[in-house]
Structure formats: C-alpha cells, structure tokens
Design a protein around this ligand. Sequence first.
Ligand code: APR
Length: 230
Amino acid sequence: MTRPRIAVLSGSGLSAESGLPTFRDAAGLWKQYSWMELASPEGWRKHPQLVLDFYNERRAKAWSAQPNAAHLAIAELERHGDVVVITQNVDNLHERAGSTRVLHLHGELAFARGTGPSRHRVRIDGASIEMGQKCAEGTQLRPDIVWFGEETQHMDEAREQVTAADRVLVVGTSLSVYPAAGLVEFARPGAEKVLNVLEMGEVPAGFEFLAGPATRVIPQVVARWSAAHR
Ligand code: APR
C-alpha cells in the first residue's frame, strides 16, 4: 500500500495544553492585548520596545513549554505517511516533537530579522531581541513574525500540499484568519478530512468534526490512520 500524503494544518489551540495562550478564546492574547498595538507594522513604528517586550515574553514562555501528546502524535504520523505540517503557530513545538517538514505561515519566534530591504534573517532560538540590536545590514532587528497586514509565508507550497493530500487534519485553529483559513477549501473531495477544536461555528464542507482537547482527540485520529495503513 502506498504511503498516504497527509497535510496537517495547525493553530494555537494545539499548543494550548502545553501552556501557551490562544488568541481568541476567553483568555486569548487578543482578549488581553491589542493586536493593532503589538502585531502590526504601525504598532512597531509607534512603540518598538513594547512590541519587543511582548515577543520576548512569548518566546521565553514557548521555550519553557513542552510538546504535548498531540504534537507527539502528529510527529508519529510520519511513520505511516508522507506528512507536511502547515502551521500558523510561531512556537517550535512541532519540531521539538519530531516533525521534520514544518511550514510556518506566520513566522517563527526562533528567528529575528532586519528591517531593511533584504530582511536579513538571524536565528536567535530562545534569546531576547533588544533595542539597538542590528542585523548585518545595520538595521534594527525585529521578531520574524508575520504581522497583520503583512504577507503570509509559504502559501503556494501550502496550497499544493493540501490539494495533493489524501488526508487533511485541521487542529486547534478557529479558521478566522486568511489566507491560512482558506487552505481548507483546497482539500480534495475524495480526501479524508478531520477537524479538531473545542468548538466551531460552521464546520468546513466535507470535514468530520471531532470536538475536544487535542491531546485526547489527535492520538485517536493518528491511531485510526496508522491502523488503516498496516
Ligand atoms: N485542543 C483543541 N483545540 C483547542 C484547544 C485544545 N486544547 N484549545 C483551544 N482550541 C481551539 C479553539 O476552540 C479555537 O477554535 O483552538 C482555536 C484557537 O483559535 P484562535 O485563538 O483564533 O487561534 P488561531 O486559529 O491559531 O489564530 C490564527 O490569528 O492572531 C492570529 O497570527 C495569529 O496565527 C494566529 C492566527
């Protein structure tokens, strides 16, 4: 039996049980803070120190967090199929769980970049970014995160992967931010499609909706798909 192609589309709900906040749930980041102030080019121009503090704190939290059973189950899927993880998350819990093909649509906390035309990218892992820290081109470093109004990364490859997938697993995202949310529309009619969040208004067409915590639901889906491959 040929190895199935599997596309996993993940969001912040996947990392919630690792202790990292989501964005729009009751205790979500955008319930506590203003995304216009902290996650937009305008906010960066107005008060860069505030933005650096926000992401330095998020980076420190992400670095002290651990991959949970859902991250580990998704990594395990690579034994039973050709898996690509397409994540909106900026933490590195997928990679730390063992996933080897991860596309970060909204950037990564592990990197900083210059603010000049070359957008010079620097790996910083869990370190903080300070005002006055410059890239090789001499411009102030900023978090390598896609802010509102900026271009989402890897979208062409992500569309290709979802279109080609035999199985599509969507986990921990409210599907409210585009163009990432629009990826579900590229899942083929014949593909097996599963969506796992705590609650969802309109479930995208053709998706089996499994409500509940990812650490309970995702290992079950992976067990089901692994059994199907034996
Ligand atoms: N298990 C499964 N799903 C969960 C869990 C859990 N333990 N906890 C929360 N969820 C689900 C919620 O039901 C919700 O549908 O995760 C989703 C979180 O949705 P959002 O807070 O909107 O986060 P996300 O979809 O990742 O946001 C997308 O918005 O702010 C931008 O760039 C940011 O990448 C982010 C994008």
